[in-house]
Write a protein that binds this ligand. Structure first.
Ligand code: ATP
Ligand code: FE
Ligand code: MG
Length: 334
């Protein structure tokens, strides 16, 4: 089957086409992204009205580019998909309405996809099977630990009680005077810093549950930098902050794998792009005998290939969504 998917939940407009059949590897044959990061940077974060207007502006061009990259036409597409939540309401509406319109015009099924399921499945998007594993979604809005037994079978083990990991990166980046988004900037700054320079708190690390908390860490960084009198030691602060985040994520996720008896961990979401985080997981996985899977870097942050893949698995399983289905800004995964 050949599927076209649109992702427009936040500030990236993306269109992808995927080809896949039951029992065979799936192949992403086109993946287009128009990032609005430079546009929102001057405001220090995402401005919803700007985001939705830009989705409208770029969608048509991205669809045409995806079709031509994949060397297919609209008639060749077997189903159309779009993210229907969670995300910004006005942004979700643009992408889902466009995909529904194409589905109507071409008399093909429509599939509404949960953005988080897209992230979750992204480490497996070159196969059509999803092995039992522990999934850690670390994105701008979510920090979610799940036990996955297969596509659609998700059990929540823990989540953040306050800030998401990516949100903490972005807020601390802002405090340190770094451009938006803070995640990649902190990773860069941390390369020249000492991760042991500051002993920031590892909140909830030793509590028995698998939930996370990052707001105490963020506040600890704020208090520390308020006490600094001279030039801000940005590299040391970034490296020490990042070290705390990594230690919390690695230890809790490996504990989850041990408790559930899983031998595989899959990382997804924008924060899983972080090389220090990936390396810490690879090292910890190796000593615990747990395989670590991550998506290729281009599919870690928001993209439509992951939405197309989630849609493909559902389409191959015979599912579709109603055309009168709504968007859901706060849609949970489980
Ligand atoms: P959600 O998926 O929860 O709705 P989102 O779509 O905004 O949120 P993503 O696009 O998956 O999230 O990821 C964006 C987040 O990833 C931002 O918070 C960004 O700072 C963070 N991020 C991106 N690159 C890195 C990096 N190299 N290191 C750490 N964090 C990073
Ligand atoms: Fe996302
Ligand atoms: Mg984003």
């Amino acid at each position: 089957a050949l599927l076209l998917a649109i992702e427009s939940s936040c500030d990236e407009t993306a269109v992808a086409i995927i080809r896949g059949h039951t029992g065979e590897a799936a192949e992403v044959v086109a993946s287009e992204i128009s990032s609005q990061i430079p546009l929102h940077r001057e405001h220090g974060g995402v401005v919803p009205e700007l985001a939705s207007r830009n989705h409208s502006l770029h969608l048509r061009g991205l669809v045409e580019k995806a079709l031509s990259d994949a060397r297919v036409t609209m008639e060749d597409i077997d189903a159309f998909a779009a993210t229907t939540g969670p995300g910004l309401a006005s942004s979700l509406l643009i992408g889902s309405t466009a995909a529904k319109g194409m589905a109507c015009a071409m008399k093909r099924p429509f599939l509404g996809i949960n953005h988080l399921e897209g992230h979750l499945l992204s480490p497996f998007l070159d196969r059509t099977t999803v092995p039992p594993h522990i999934a850690l979604i670390v994105s701008g809005g979510h920090t979610l630990l799940l036990d996955v037994t297969g596509p659609g079978s998700y059990r929540k083990l823990g989540s953040t009680r306050d800030d998401a990991a990516g949100e903490a990166y972005d807020k601390v980046g802002k405090m340190l005077g770094l451009p938006y988004p803070g995640g990649p900037e902190i990773e860069k700054a941390a390369l020249g810093g000492n991760p042991k320079a500051y002993d920031f708190p590892r909140s909830m690390l030793h509590e028995p549950h698998l939930d996370f908390s990052f707001s105490g860490l963020k506040t600890a960084v704020l208090y520390t930098l308020q006490k600094e009198t001279g030039e801000l030691p940005v590299a040391d602060l970034a490296a020490s902050f990042q070290q705390a985040v990594i230690e919390i994520l690695v230890k809790k996720t490996l504990r989850a794998a041990r408790q559930a008896g899983r031998k595989q961990i899959a990382l997804s979401g924008g924060v899983s792009l972080n090389k220090a985080l990936r390396n810490a997981f690879f090292a910890a996985g190796q000593s615990a005998g747990v395989e670590i899977s991550v998506a290729p870097p281009v599919f870690c942050t928001d993209n439509a290939a992951m939405i197309a893949f989630a849609a493909l698995l559902r389409h191959l399983a015979g599912e579709s969504s109603a055309l009168d289905g709504d968007i859901h800004p706060n849609l949970p995964l489980v």
